[in-house]
Design a protein around this ligand. Structure first.
Ligand code: SAM
Length: 343
């Protein structure tokens, strides 16, 4: 666990607030069954009305407040962040707060290729693109859209790399019996490209994806599968609190990451908070609710008052859900959904 510096916030376990993920929209152009299943989020589903979503001015203000409190990394996510109109304007605003901010974005890639250069010019530093399989049938099943081919995501990854949004990270959620047989192909595809594929254990986020442990392919199994083809060796973390455990190919052809939130939880170093689309501060991906910041902001709170609210919330934070999961794995009554708070 890293101790916060003297003027930085620490929670009850001394974990600093270093990293904020901002969900810029609850809408998504995909219907991944493990996140936003089509049968629950169809034509009739009412997403948040515009008035309830934070404006770019409000997001910029919150970002500035978080940076003042010690946040060094900002990830824009969603829903699908690229469905929000004029996103480059928001990126410009956030990048202008402090050139040192590690500003990044997570996307499914469907709308990325034509805008990759604009995102870079606006000040985005890096990008993470989700891609669960190269197999067209598996891909369409996992993105919930049968008119989308994985080539569109491959083109997006190439465009992002050409624009300099590097290293490109590629997120793959691994679900037993769904895409685990395509994991090695995905790893092989990007070996030697400089892109880093991060395999994510299927998590019990939200309450709607029918999660159970039998669908989780553990980090150890994933490392074994890939390592049987090309030997892997563990590498130390780039920084304390890094989400993915790193492995490099012994032949020097690159590295992969494994996000083992289920089998080897990493709450001890968790320095991440989330700002939901409607402006709630969420201190754990598995939280039931968050602290409303939009109400006070729209009610005229000063920056110092907002900082005090955030500090009060973070300093009492005791979340470590993933480490307690085995005791708590009974279905929760309420839990935030991932597309509302950002992955
Ligand atoms: N729409 C963007 C995308 O697809 O990358 C950003 C939002 S999405 C919620 C962020 C990441 O969360 C994606 O890589 C997605 O695969 C991952 N994710 C969603 N539900 C998950 C689950 N139940 N377990 C593990 N990862 C999940």
């Amino acid at each position: 666990m890293t101790a916060p510096s003297p003027n930085q916030l620490g929670d009850i376990y001394g974990r600093p607030l270093r990293d904020i993920r901002i969900s810029v929209t609850d809408r998504c152009n995909f219907r991944c069954p493990y996140c936003m299943p089509a049968e629950l989020y169809g034509e009739e589903y009412k997403f948040l009305p515009r008035s309830e979503i934070l404006s770019f001015e409000e997001i910029e203000r919150m970002a500035r407040v978080f940076v003042d409190l010690g946040v060094a990394k900002i990830r824009l996510t969603g829903g699908e962040p690229l469905v929000r109109a004029h996103l480059t304007d928001l990126i410009e605003r956030i990048a202008a707060i402090d050139p040192g901010i590690d500003l990044t974005l997570t996307t499914n890639g469907a709308l990325l290729a034509p805008v990759a250069e604009d995102l870079k010019k606006a000040g985005l530093k890096r990008i993470t693109v989700s891609l669960d399989s190269l197999d067209p049938d598996v891909f369409t099943a996992m993105c919930g859209r049968d008119n989308v081919h994985p080539d569109i995501v491959l083109e997006a990854i190439n465009a992002a790399a050409a624009a300099g949004l590097t290293p490109v990270k590629i997120n793959c959620v691994v679900q037993r019996g769904v895409n685990d047989h395509t994991v090695v192909d995905l790893a092989q595809k990007f070996r030697g490209t400089g892109h880093i594929v991060r395999f994510i254990e299927f998590m019990d986020v939200g309450t709607l994806n029918g999660w159970d442990m039998s669908q989780v392919v553990t980090a150890a199994e994933i490392v074994d599968m890939i390592g049987a083809e090309v030997p892997l060796e563990p590498v130390g973390a780039n920084y304390v609190g890094e989400v993915a455990k790193r492995y490099r190919y012994a032949d020097g052809s690159g590295e992969i990451g494994i996000i083992s939130s289920v089998s080897q939880p990493f709450c001890g170093d968790c320095s991440r908070a989330r700002l939901s689309t409607e402006g709630k501060l969420i201190t754990c991906l598995f939280a039931a609710d968050g602290l409303d910041l939009r109400g006070p902001m729209r009610g005229g709170a000063s920056d110092d008052e907002l900082k005090a609210l955030i500090a009060g919330c973070w300093s009492t934070r005791g979340d470590r859900y993933s480490e307690q999961r085995s005791a708590l794995t009974i279905r929760p009554r309420k839990r935030v959904q991932m597309f509302q708070v950002g992955g």
